[in-house]
Design a protein around this ligand. Sequence first.
Ligand code: COA
Length: 333
Amino acid sequence: MLNSKIVGLGHHVPEKVITNEYLSTKMDTNNAWIIERTGIEQRRWMDPAKDTVANMAAKATRMALERAKLTEKDIDFIVFATITPDYFFPGSGVLLQRELGLDGSIAALDIRNACSGFIYALSVADQFIKTGKYKTVLVIGAEIQSTALDVTTRGRNTAVIFGDGAGAALLQATDKPGILSTHLHSDGRFAEELYVKDPGSSRPQEERQPEQILDTSTYKVVMNGNQVFKHAVVRFMEVIQEALDANALKTEDISLLVPHQANLRISQYIQEKLGLSNAQVYNNIMRYGNTTAASIPIALSEAWAEGKIKENDLICLAAFGSGFTWASALIRW
Ligand code: COA
């Protein structure tokens, strides 16, 4: 039986640092509130002259390839998780393929599962490797959230949370354990609790003409923070337990939990409930905010570079986000 193994990790974030102090000049908020409620000290926002979702993903990919001692030509398939593509269509996978100089001999697939997107993408890649269809799969989580934020007091509950960035993971087949399992869930009853409505297609034609759009607020992120928080803490716990049970493992077997970086208070709640030490949970939301599908691969890439992921470690990934969707993965490194 073939398994898949992560053989290379990389990440890239825009240069532009957005501090809490800067946001306080744009809206009624302050550093103390943001840190107390979210743990975020700063985030990176794109520079329109330099950054695109696809070019950030390409930079993350090149770091992953270098660390894995592979080249672009080794990639058989791209699975690209983003809810903030450069174009309404086509998806970001093909744009990354072009950035990497790869031709039509490989395929690129886009995944739109928000904060759970990276684990969904990892699961898709894992299935293709397990069946023997592909040998090397590039899995991406990359987002530019900043341009959909309402950077005024009206949008302060989201504007302070989200950031931009990209992470990449290269998967290859192995006859050793590798990715032990992935568990995916979704519940569309809560779709509008965290969403961007437009450019929605189910509109009368005339409403989609730019000159008709007087109110552009439907193009901004809308979030019911309390509802998201309440569901997130329950689902994170459930999906981590589901992964452990499926593999007959226990919480104490986890070497490192890398949760989606939604909010430091959510990560701390899970850590406490699971009884994990600070060393067993990796958080970097303080530096990057919530980068949606990019948050887990950026965190994995940094944790690996800091020597916090070693061979044979049990790594647990877990995520929750818009949809609602939630997911987990257990990996024997
Ligand atoms: N600065 C200052 N005050 C703010 C603020 C900001 N940036 N954002 C909201 N507030 C205010 C609210 O307007 C509200 O004021 P009121 O009491 O006068 O009405 C007050 O702070 C409390 O708002 P509330 O939404 O109840 O705060 P909260 O403790 O739930 O924290 C979030 C808000 C968004 C930080 C929190 O709900 C959260 O983290 N939710 C989950 C978000 C998440 O993880 N999203 C991504 C999912 S992947």
